[in-house]
Each structure stands twice: as structure tokens, then as C-alpha cells.
Design a binder for this molecule. Structure first.
Ligand code: GLV
Ligand code: MN
Ligand code: MN
Length: 396
């Protein structure tokens, strides 16, 4: 709740877009809490903050998530996982329990991708999935270069990227969807993350007078954008299964009541747990863009912003999470994640998994996002015992 006091928005949520002044204030606060726990705080060249409680020996067991939010974010997305990690360290220290390995809590840069695409950017760079120099050059939706914003807020650290692989990684997160609540189940033992495909589509037409231009002579980018939105919605319905499609951002120029627009730029977010289906969806969209450009006499270009294959988490970590949840007296179900998460990047370099707790009414990326305290506590307890189990687990 103290973190949520930084950059609150109407309705109880937060706006801390990555690498803004607000993100800096949030980082400063959480880093001060890491220091209160005598954790060793390291900042890497992409601004990931890794706080480590240096106990035991060997590679650390890592948890963590992000504290950046979308513009209309809630209090829990990401923040919960980071703060629960600190709660684990605080609890073990208070109880005088010394884990066999160091425990790290990470704050990954720009998980949301709402200001700099792609999403999960900091963890992607951490695992070597995107070269640092390329990431630093990514422009924000409001203009500045990522590397310059990192410098500006004082989080361009000296630790090199890619970073050291931990022994194992587990991320605690709110579900951000309706399934746990609907099933009356408290814990999701997350099996993997669906594939994500983001692109920005730019349509250039012919700007003209709204009163004088006959309908059959128009090359209207706004109309074409609308057809694309309808097409992806119908595509999701046709495909069924886990197929979801969203167009969440559109800019129209000159954006005036009596002018047929010159240009429209919209984003497409297409996801599926099945990579073949995701590829089929992408191919259909590409084909449709070609067809409608031809039919309406407009020029369409598509710029890829993010593309991540579906990820399967480590079976051993999934079972540790599931067994820990049930042993602590919770109902639990195995489930894939609909949202992207830093754990999907860490899964490239170490055994990884996730724990979900319910989201009230399945609402997220919304100020109304809420999780009951009893569920937050259960998740943190499971995180603690899962991390301890991971300190003694051998993976070969
Ligand atoms: C990241 O939070 C995403 O799933 O959009
Ligand atoms: Mn998140
Ligand atoms: Mn999010």
C-alpha cells in the first residue's frame, strides 16, 4: 500500500510507466526496503535491480517481478511478486532461519512494455535474449530513447548484461484473469505462458474533405483500421481455444471531425498457447492486411514489436509449487498464464515456475484490480516454502 501511494490514479490504481519519474520513485522506495533487510543491491546495465540476501552458498534462488505498471494499472500486477519476495526474506530473517543458498529478489525493468516494446524487456536482456545495445536504443511511445531515460532516472547500473543465471526462479503473481475465482480455487500452479505477438500497423490513405468526397472515392485509414479490428475479433472466435486478439491503441491523423484521415496507426496483440495456431493467426492477419490495402487503395505497413513463443515451465518447479500449495492446505490447479511474465524469460536459463493467486472479478490492467488479503498471504507463504524447497533441490 505504501508503494501504491506513489503515482496513484483515480479508482485506486497506479500509473508508473517504465523509466518515468514515478518509476524512479517506486524503485527508490523498494531499494530502500531491500537495504533495510541488509540485502546486497546490484543494478545492471538495463536497470534491473537484484537484491540478494547473501547467505548459504552456491547460486541464488531468485524470485521477483516488476514494479512498472501500464498507464491504468492496479496495485498488484508485478508489485505483489516483488514485495512478497522481500516479505520472504524478512520472515526468514526474523525467524532466524538460514537458507542453504542466497535468496535474490529482482525488480525487472519494463515488464509491461507499455512505454517501450517489447514487454518483459529487462528480463529478456537479463537472459541474453536481446542485445543490450539494441534494447538501449528502443524509443518510448512518448519519444525518448530507453538508454537516455535509464541514465536520467539514475538506474543505468554497472552490472553487465546478460546477468548470472540463478539456481532456480519462481515468480508470484496475481492471475489477472477470472479462472481461479470462477473455479473457487485459491492457487494456480502455472504450467507455462502463452505465445505473444505484437505489431504496430500503419495505414496511409488519402486525407480529404468529409463533405465533398464521394464514398466510392475514399481511401480512408480509419475505416481500414476498423475493418482490421473486426477481422481480428472474428478470427479469435473462429479459432476458438486459447486464441485472443486485441487492438488496444490507435492514433489517427489529423483526428478532426470533418477530415477523412490521412493516417491511422493501431497496435495488434495476438496470443495463443499453441505456437502453430499463433503462426496461423499471424499469417491470416498478414494476408488480410494485403487484401484490404488493395481493396481500399491504402498503403499498409506492419512493424513487429514483440514475438515470444509459448513457454513451458520446468516440471520439477511446477510440482514443487503444486505440492507446497496443497500441503499448506490450499486448493490448487495447474493452469497456463494468459499474461506475459518475467518468469517466461528466466525459464530460458534456469528451472522456473510461477504461483498465481485469484484476481477479484478477473480484472487487471485496470485500477480496480484487487486480490483479497487472505489470498495474498497464502501466495506469499507458498512462495517462501517453494523458495526453500528450491534451495535444496538438485537440478541436473
Ligand atoms: C504483460 O504484462 C502482458 O501480458 O501484456
Ligand atoms: Mn505483471
Ligand atoms: Mn501487466
Amino acid at each position: 500500500m505504501a508503494l501504491a501511494e506513489i503515482s496513484p490514479i483515480d479508482g485506486g490504481g497506479n500509473c508508473r510507466l517504465a523509466l518515468t519519474d514515478e518509476d524512479k520513485l517506486g524503485r527508490d522506495l523498494v531499494v530502500s526496503w531491500m537495504r533495510d533487510l541488509s540485502m546486497d543491491v546490484q543494478i545492471d546495465a538495463i536497470g534491473n535491480v537484484i537484491g540478494t540476501w547473501r547467505v548459504g552458498s552456491g547460486l541464488p534462488v531468485m524470485t521477483g517481478s516488476h514494479i512498472d505498471t501500464v498507464r491504468t494499472g492496479g496495485k498488484y500486477d508485478g508489485n505483489y511478486g516483488v514485495l512478497a519476495g522481500l516479505e520472504v526474506v524478512e520472515t526468514l530473517q526474523r525467524e532466524g532461519f538460514t537458507p542453504q543458498r542466497p535468496l535474490s529478489v529482482a525488480i525487472f525493468t519494463d515488464e509491461e512494455g507499455a512505454r517501450f516494446a517489447p514487454d518483459m524487456l529487462g528480463s529478456l536482456v537479463y537472459v541474453g535474449g536481446l542485445p543490450l545495445e539494441e534494447a538501449l536504443d528502443i524509443p518510448a511511445i512518448d519519444g525518448p530513447r530507453l538508454g537516455d531515460e535509464l541514465e536520467r532516472i539514475g538506474y543505468a547500473g554497472s552490472m553487465p548484461c546478460p546477468g548470472a543465471s540463478p539456481h532456480a526462479f519462481v515468480e508470484l503473481h496475481i492471475e489477472q484473469g477470472p479462472l481461479l475465482e470462477a473455479n473457487g480455487v485459491r492457487i494456480g500452479s502455472v504450467t507455462g505462458v502463452q505465445g505473444i505477438s505484437w505489431q504496430e500497423v500503419t495505414i496511409i490513405g488519402q486525407s480529404n474533405h468529409a463533405g465533398t468526397t464521394p464514398m466510392n472515392l475514399r481511401h480512408d485509414p480509419m475505416y481500414v483500421a476498423s475493418e482490421i479490428v473486426v477481422f481480428i475479433r472474428n478470427l479469435s472466435r473462429r479459432f476458438g481455444g486459447h486464441q485472443v486478439c486485441t487492438s488496444g491503441k490507435i492514433d489517427v491523423h489529423p483526428n478532426l471531425i470533418n477530415v477523412v484521415p490521412a493516417k491511422a496507426t493501431l497496435t495488434l496483440d495476438i496470443r495463443n498457447t499453441d505456437n502453430d495456431e499463433l503462426k496461423r493467426a499471424e499469417a491470416e492477419v498478414e494476408q488480410f492486411l494485403r487484401e484490404i490495402a488493395e481493396r481500399e487503395g491504402v498503403t499498409i505497413s506492419a512493424k513487429p514489436l514483440a514475438r515470444f513463443d509459448p513457454v513451458q515451465f520446468d516440471e520439477r518447479v511446477i510440482s514443487i509449487v503444486h505440492e507446497t500449495a496443497t500441503q499448506l492446505g490450499n486448493t490448487a490447479q495447474m493452469m497456463p498464464s494468459g499474461a506475459g511474465h518475467d518468469a517466461q524469460m528466466l525459464a530460458r536459463v534456469c528451472p522456473s515456475g510461477m504461483i498465481f493467486v485469484p484476481s477479484v472479478n478477473g480484472i487487471s490492467h485496470n485500477a480496480a484490480e484487487h486480490t483479497e488479503a487472505v489470498d495474498l498471504q497464502a501466495g506469499a507463504d507458498i512462495l517462501l516454502h517453494t523458495m526453500l524447497s528450491l534451495t535444496t533441490a538438485t537440478f541436473s
